[in-house]
Ligand binder design. Structure first.
Ligand SMILES: [Fe+2]
Length: 279
């Protein structure tokens, strides 16, 4: 019998109306959704490109294609901090969420961050370092977390991020028991998130080349991590929580997270900037 391979990646376009229930049901079932052709998303990306050009005097495309262009780490960090503070970007992201029919009054969002991923021959510079396979839920402890990962240029197959969907609902050995956010902030541990301590089979790593203007939108329960290639990669990313999703959807179960502290203060209401109150 021929077993049909399940495609976990699913492109979707801005048609008349996005069916948000269908969107979230697929997402919490483990589908990795790829918004395509959203002008609101493009406008957000263009804004970051413009900031980058004004700040570094080089375009993102030039920077990622030419490994000889060197940027000082302290400047990278300064730029990353300015992206986190940008109200313009935050508002553009809200417009994109509105296109997806998100209930903005019920949505809480982490800061928007820009990640500089090095080529395989370079050391990582800046605030966010490449991470081994992990679930974001091991750190935040919210099973309804949605991750948004937006590249700032066309990707290649070797420098996209990877997913290990086989383990979406299966236990994975990890160090969530020992990891603690306060210890990370104080510099006692290096990793910004718990990571897996198990070796995965190479065939289980799934990746997809997506282009400028597209994004990955996926459950925070997916095992994922950084693939490094011959060229650098730049992306913006954030995470959201919608309070009502806890009761409205069948969320992925926590099967292997032993860090039981919920990080409500990572997420602020898009309506009134109040922190997410733990359910
Ligand atoms: Fe992550």
């Amino acid at each position: 019998m021929k077993i049909k391979k399940k495609n976990i990646f699913e492109k979707f376009h801005l048609v008349d109306k996005v069916d948000l229930n269908k969107f979230k049901t697929s997402l919490f079932n483990g589908k990795i959704l790829i918004p395509h052709g959203f002008s609101s998303l493009l406008s957000l990306i263009n804004e970051v490109e413009q900031y980058f050009l004004n700040f570094f005097n080089v375009s993102i495309n030039e920077f990622v294609k030419d490994n000889s262009i060197f940027l000082e780490e302290k400047e990278i960090i300064q730029f990353q901090k300015s992206i986190k503070k940008s109200k313009v970007l935050y508002n553009k992201f809200i417009i994109f969420l509105k296109d997806l029919n998100f209930d903005i009054g019920d949505t809480y969002c982490d800061q928007m961050t820009i990640r500089f991923s090095p080529s395989i021959k370079e050391r990582a510079r800046g605030l966010l370092k490449p991470v081994k396979p992990h679930r974001d839920t091991w750190a935040s402890n919210f099973q309804h977390q949605i991750n948004w990962w937006i590249p700032l240029h066309d990707l290649s197959n070797t420098n996209s991020i990877f997913f290990i969907p086989k383990y979406f609902t299966k236990k994975v050995k990890n160090n969530s028991k020992e990891w603690n956010f306060e210890l990370f902030k104080k510099g006692y541990i290096n990793s910004s998130t718990p990571v897996s301590i198990q070796n995965f089979n190479l065939v289980d790593y799934k990746t997809k080349k997506i282009n400028f203007g597209n994004a990955f939108c996926f459950s925070g329960n997916h095992i994922h991590g950084s693939n490094l290639g011959n060229l650098r990669r730049l992306n913006i990313e954030t995470r959201t929580l919608c309070k009502k999703d806890v009761i409205k959807f069948d969320l992925p179960k926590n099967v292997d997270n032993y860090n039981l502290i919920k990080q409500g203060k990572w997420f602020k209401s898009l309506k009134d900037s109040k922190f997410y109150k733990n359910d």
